[in-house]
Design a protein around this ligand. Structure first.
Ligand code: 13P
Length: 259
């Protein structure tokens, strides 16, 4: 059984001071919990301070994005070497907000995944369909394309160092969670794609997170699905109480042998 992985994506919220108090709250709220993997992803401006607060704790830190080059003339961008240097272990790549508002393609995401791995950063690679794509019944094809291109050229050793997050765009920030059955259908499909490409043994080890309006009151019914290994949480990760309640909810369900 895998420990559940709960990651908070703070998006463009929290000044450095606010981020430090949230990180302190989460550290205090999760320090007894050895049965979950907990990650927080603050904005770039707070990474340094949050990494310092969480050093040596149960909580790992991730960045929300990075450029695929190590360094260079890319005004406004942040390199994998820079986030690694601060103490980050994870990096979110290909989030739908990056795809939608900053026109990031699957090929660009793939370049980032490959450099992240070179820097021993664990990429959390996001995939997911829009409402129009779901209504057109093309959600499986859309996610397969994102999967194939974003994770192209990776070997077994590489994919074992990746996390995949299924985030249906229509469920992000809308309060409209995918039903546990909808989430499980897509997670099982992603697991099948992983098995076809990397074999059953490798596929079973890979974390597939669900993201989209995850809250303390719906984590239990999502995490009990066999292929839901954790959650990528937006809005509810911005408050200590709700984020810690999600971590505890997932842990209790998994420790109770629900899966
Ligand atoms: P919400 O939890 O606010 O819907 O955001 C999900 C998300 O985008 C996490 O990356």
């Amino acid at each position: 059984m895998k420990k559940p992985l709960i990651a908070g994506n703070w998006k463009m919220f929290k000044t450095a001071d606010e981020a430090v108090s949230l990180a302190q709250g989460i550290k205090a709220g999760t320090y007894k919990n050895q049965d979950a993997l907990v990650v927080v992803c603050p904005p770039f401006t707070a990474l340094h301070a949050v990494c310092k607060v969480l050093q040596g704790s149960n909580v790992s830190v991730g960045a929300q994005n990075m450029h695929p080059e190590t360094e260079g003339a890319f005004t406004g961008e942040i390199s994998p070497a820079m986030i690694k240097d601060l103490g980050c272990r994870y990096v979110i790549l290909g989030h739908s907000e990056r795809r939608q508002f900053f026109h990031e393609s699957d090929t660009f995401v793939n370049e980032k995944v490959k450099t992240a791995l070179k820097y021993s950063l664990i990429p959390i690679v996001c995939v997911g369909e829009t409402l129009a794509q779901r209504e057109a019944q093309s959600h499986l094809t859309v996610v397969k394309n994102q999967f194939d291109v974003s994770l192209a050229d990776l070997g077994k050793e590489d994919i074992l160092k990746c996390v995949i997050a299924y985030e249906p765009v229509w469920a992000i920030g809308t309060g409209k969670t995918a039903t546990p059955e909808q989430a499980e259908q897509m997670h099982a499909y992603i697991r099948r794609l992983l098995t076809e490409k990397f074999g059953a043994e490798v596929s079973a080890k890979i974390y597939i997170l669900y993201g989209g309006s995850v809250k303390p009151d719906n984590i239990a019914i999502l995490i009990e699905k066999p292929n839901v290994d954790g959650a990528l949480v937006g809005g509810a990760s911005l408050k200590t109480e709700s984020f810690c309640a999600i971590v505890d909810g997932a842990t209790e369900k998994c420790s109770a042998g629900a899966k």
